[in-house]
Design a protein around this ligand. Structure first.
Ligand code: FAD
Length: 292
């Protein structure tokens, strides 16, 4: 690996100043699980590596009934999975964090690094978008707050501007009427990363749903909201036929990627099946009744 200088600021202001001073020569280091691989393969060759490891405030997870959840960008996936606050109030997110990658990665990799690297083959982005998350970003001009759905822009591309640091993830207060379900598909049992995933949240209103959010991840360059199926599902009593029709709408709207782990047609089929199952499960129906 090429040589570089490793800097460990102890305040966010100092970290931002280092990034501003060294501009394109510098990059941020969180857990290092993605960055070190990229540096070893010379996809990234920073001269200055700015570690966030001493910014302990960025690793905390806090919750208030009125304000909801705040996860510091430096929280490890394992921190999120083990947090009693997350388990109690946001079980869908706790389950996603507990099920991704492997124990070594979960205990080293940060949720912020996951979002900032914007590798499509990941789990939290689609889940967080379906949960209505926002992110907080610190930069030379102060802090800004944007919806997670606008943070993931494209394949390995986010809304971060040069010199900015992701500081946290915000989730709205839990709503007892809002259901949340997540499914990920692995190509083989030996793989860690999803080839596709589907996240669903909706508000129960009597026997129907409204405020439906259905988001596909890993199958697309960045998470894709399935707007046609969301509109179709809203206000409708959910039956197995409705789940199948929503899955067809998703398959039509989806713009999947093709890569060595699966072509677009394969991903479309996987997402279609996952959508039918997740919608049925969320409505308490047995999706196997429609299985071919
Ligand atoms: C074997 C393996 C299996 C995996 N399986 C899965 C999986 O199943 N599901 C899944 O979702 N993910 C999976 N991952 C990806 C893993 O979640 C990411 O590698 C990890 O979250 C990146 O976090 P990090 O803290 O290590 O980031 P780093 O490697 O430190 O940084 C990654 C990038 O983000 C930038 N960055 C990091 N933090 C910030 C910040 N706060 N502000 C601005 N920029 C920042 C860095 O500059 C760098 O460009 C897997 C990874 C490995 C190695």
């Amino acid at each position: 690996m090429h040589s570089f200088e490793f800097m460990e600021p102890t305040t966010l202001a100092e970290a931002l100043r280092l990034l501003a001073t060294h501009e394109d020569d510098a990059c941020v280091f969180a857990g290092g699980t993605a960055l070190l691989l990229a540096m070893r393969q010379r996809m990234m060759v920073p001269e200055i590596v700015v570690s966030l490891g001493r910014l302990h405030d960025l690793r905390t997870i806090g919750w208030t009934p009125a304000g909801g959840l705040r996860i510091g960008a430096l929280a490890r996936h394992g921190d999120v999975a083990r947090s009693e606050l997350v388990q109690q109030h946001y079980p869908m997110l706790a389950g996603v964090a507990a099920g991704l990658a492997n124990p070594q990665v979960r205990n080293q990799a940060t949720i912020g690094g996951n979002l900032c690297y914007a590798d499509p083959a990941t789990d939290p982005p689609s889940c967080l978008i379906a949960m209505g998350a926002e992110v907080t970003i610190a930069g030379p001009d102060g802090e800004r707050r944007i919806p997670m759905r606008t943070f993931s822009v494209d394949f390995f591309t986010t809304a971060l501007e040069p010199g900015e640091i992701l500081t946290g993830i915000l989730l709205p207060p839990p709503d007892p009427q809002r259901l949340g379900h997540y499914r990920r598909h692995l190509r083989t049992a030996a793989e860690h990363r999803p080839v596709a995933n589907v996240a669903l949240t909706a508000r129960r209103v009597g026997s129907a749903w409204d405020e439906v959010r259905l988001v596909v991840g890993a199958a697309t360059p960045s998470p894709q909201s399935m707007t046609r199926a969301e509109a179709y599902l809203a206000g409708r009593a959910i039956t197995l036929d409705v789940a199948a029709e929503a899955a067809s709408l998703v398959a039509e709207e989806l713009a999947p990627i093709s890569d060595g782990r699966g072509d677009a047609a394969f991903r479309r089929q996987v997402v279609r099946a996952a959508t039918r199952r997740i919608v049925a499960e969320a409505a308490g129906l047995d999706w196997k009744e429609t299985a071919a």
